[in-house]
Design a protein around this ligand. Structure first.
Ligand code: 13P
Length: 265
């Protein structure tokens, strides 16, 4: 992490509106108690919460939502509108308050069978329509055991960045490295392994686009991150932030992770 970090919480399919408001109240109180941490938000530490889309609008308009805490959507479709039962469009997510979108999360790839091609279409549609995509990549346990970890994450990154062009004013790319075997398992990657994979991703971005874009890309690690291990990752040269699942559901744990980031700024 180099003087700027992004800490994101992916709530997955957890928390209704009542629980979201309860989280927000406790989280914002905690931030206000820690003046030195909240002063760093949002200039040095960007915080993004990805709640279920059903709660986005209510959270966005909650009086307690602190400036600098951004919201994101966990999934969007790649078409503007149409007969896609159960899906949500980019414009709907933006209208509800989303600034970011998770694209290609492993749960979407594995449970909902999303392909690299679908991931790429979603990513492109976000870029064109003003939602900042957070591209998620990561190998399975089997890939890693077969020595294919780097090949898989390279394929996933190239499938999306491959031959595309970005508008000149496009903000930094954000890519989250989330090894599937580390998600929700307490079997988190070592800081060294996470660093190696993030460095490999940065190289792929450099080869696919250019060195400047690669240097500006924000790389996040995700997979069983907690307040007790956050600092180990954030100290790595190529890790600029964290994508937190389970630990982001608890306001005190999430605050602990943000505190770890603030010590390193
Ligand atoms: P956990 O932090 O629960 O392992 O989840 C990580 C994740 O999938 C975030 O997107």
């Amino acid at each position: 992490m180099k003087g700027k970090g992004l800490i994101a919480g992916n709530w997955k399919m957890n928390k209704g509106i009542g629980e979201s408001m309860d989280f927000l109240g406790r989280f914002v109180d905690g931030l206000e108690r820690e003046g030195s941490v909240s002063e760093l938000i949002p200039a040095s530490i960007e915080i993004v919460i990805f709640p279920p889309i059903a709660n986005l609008y209510a959270i966005k308009h909650a009086a307690s939502l602190k400036k600098g805490v951004y919201l994101g959507v966990q999934n969007v479709h790649w078409k503007a509108s149409g007969a896609f039962t159960g899906e949500n469009s980019v414009s709907m997510a933006v209208e509800a308050g989303a600034v970011f979108a998770l694209i290609g999360h492993s749960e979407r790839r594995q449970i909902f069978l999303e392909t690299d091609e679908m991931t790429s279409k979603k990513f492109n549609f976000c870029v064109k329509n003003g939602l900042k995509p957070v591209l998620c990549v990561g190998e399975t346990d089997e890939d890693r055991k077969n020595g294919l970890a780097e090949a898989v994450i390279t394929r996933q990154v190239i499938a999306v960045l491959g031959s595309r062009e970005f508008p000149a004013d496009f903000p930094p790319l954000i890519i989250a490295y989330e090894p599937v075997w580390a998600i929700g398992t307490e079997n988190n990657a070592t800081a060294n392994d996470a660093q190696e994979s993030c460095a490999a991703i940065r190289k792929v971005v450099g080869r696919s686009i250019d060195a400047k874009t690669a240097g500006n890309t924000l790389l996040l690690y995700g997979g069983s991150v907690k307040s007790s291990n956050a600092e180990d990752y954030l100290k790595q040269d190529d890790i600029d932030g964290l994508l937190v699942g389970g630990a982001s559901l608890d306001p005190d744990e999430f605050l602990g992770i943000i505190r770890a980031a603030s010590f390193l700024i």
